[in-house]
Design a binder for this molecule. Structure first.
Ligand SMILES: Nc1ncnc2c1ncn2[C@@H]1O[C@H](COP(=O)(O)OP(=O)(O)OP(=O)(O)O)[C@@H](O)[C@H]1O
Ligand SMILES: [Mg+2]
Length: 339
């Protein structure tokens, strides 16, 4: 690869993967620093394909890529020995007990049996399976199976952990535990993580950076902190009577308003916006029943981006978000291709 910088965790240049005529990854260019990265995108976007190409598990069609400085086309083995991979599909043997399964994973990665044995007990404790470690995997709940998969992925203390949809099929409690454990691997262990999900919340709990892919292309690559700053703040009011009059008055006052029935969201320009809203209410004799600053979450941003990419949003509140012309995310180009 031209101008290789081995300090990058992951780099890809014009990375393309076709399955027959279907383009699953389309000229992906990325340079990811060490840390925690969320890989977001709707079903079929290409998340798992990207992960598998980075692992050297599937052959790429064209382009180049490196993981921890290793070429994904020729050094798949070296890559896999330095990273842990938790696949989205079931990779466990139901007839093995958990300890044997995890130790076996370590031995497959080249660990000496006594070392693998010792590490197995450590990681079982770490993923919350200490008391169940001698049970057969076949008797495990989905949450326990996900934990066992994670134990297999971290037994060799990898520099980079790649997890594909780690919270899939988990109830709230197990999901929370899984995400906490992943977060700790990064924050306490100083390891890097690439985590795919279609849930923004999951990514937000674990990662400090996000890449979003859509139809095989990277459409967003940003630090989550920077993305959050790009979301407009709004003030939400609920009015009693004269909503149309109020809407007009607000617009005449130069404010940007979005309305759904008696609820309006007004773009917060600065500290004076609240006073301006109250003035408008006084002028129109409209009663404001409720007023609150609306702090959009990254989930909102995710929905907004998905909406712009042609994915529908459903609930009334999402509809309110998605019908906006007033909401501009930064300059409209969020890195990668514009949305
Ligand atoms: N082995 C394969 N042969 C043919 N097409 C494939 C194969 N694997 C994936 N695809 C197609 O490539 C595209 C990307 O699939 P991929 O599994 O990478 O998506 P994803 O983002 O992981 O989706 P999900 O959220 O459903 O896991 C999809 O259109 C999928 O149907
Ligand atoms: Mg997938």
């Amino acid at each position: 690869m031209v101008s290789v910088n081995s300090d990058w965790l992951i780099e890809a240049k014009s990375l393309t993967k076709n399955y027959g005529p279907h383009i699953a990854l389309d000229n992906v260019d990325i340079q990811l620093p060490h840390g925690s990265i969320g890989l977001l995108g709707p079903n079929g976007a290409g998340k798992s394909t990207l992960i598998k190409t980075l692992l050297g598990l599937i052959q790429i069609t064209s382009g180049e890529g490196k993981v921890l400085g290793h070429d994904i086309r020729t050094e798949g083995h070296a890559i896999r020995s330095k990273i842990g991979y938790m696949a989205e599909y079931d990779t466990l043997n139901p007839d093995l007990n958990a300890v044997d399964q995890v130790r076996y994973a370590g031995e497959l990665l080249g660990m000496a049996p006594p070392v693998a044995n010792q590490r197995t007990h450590e990681v079982m404790e770490y993923v919350g399976l200490r008391d169940q470690r001698y049970r057969k995997i076949g008797t495990f709940s989905t949450g326990m199976q996900q934990s066992a998969k994670l134990a297999c992925a971290i037994i060799h203390d990898p520099e980079l952990l790649i997890v594909d949809e780690p919270s899939n099929g988990l109830d709230q409690e197990h999901r929370g535990f899984m995400l906490d454990t992943l977060f700790n691997i990064v924050s306490d262990g100083g390891r890097s993580i690439l985590m795919s999900s279609h849930l923004m919340d999951d990514v937000q709990m674990v990662c400090d950076r996000v890449i979003m892919i859509h139809k095989g292309r990277v459409v967003v690559h940003r630090r989550i902190e920077d993305l959050a700053r790009q979301i407009d703040r709004e003030i939400e009011i609920s009015v009693w009577g004269g909503a149309s009059k109020m809407e007009q008055q607000l617009k005449d006052a130069g404010l940007t308003v979005r309305r759904l029935g008696r609820v309006m969201r007004i773009l917060r320009e600065d500290d004076s916006t609240v006073d301006l809203i109250l003035e408008c209410a006084a002028k129109t004799s409209v009663q404001i029943r409720q007023m609150e600053e609306y702090e959009p979450s990254l989930e909102d941003l995710f929905l907004l981006i998905m909406d712009k990419l042609g994915y529908g949003t459903r609930s009334a509140s999402e509809l309110l978000n998605s019908t906006s012309d007033s909401r501009v995310i930064g300059d409209g180009s969020l890195g990668g291709a514009s949305i």
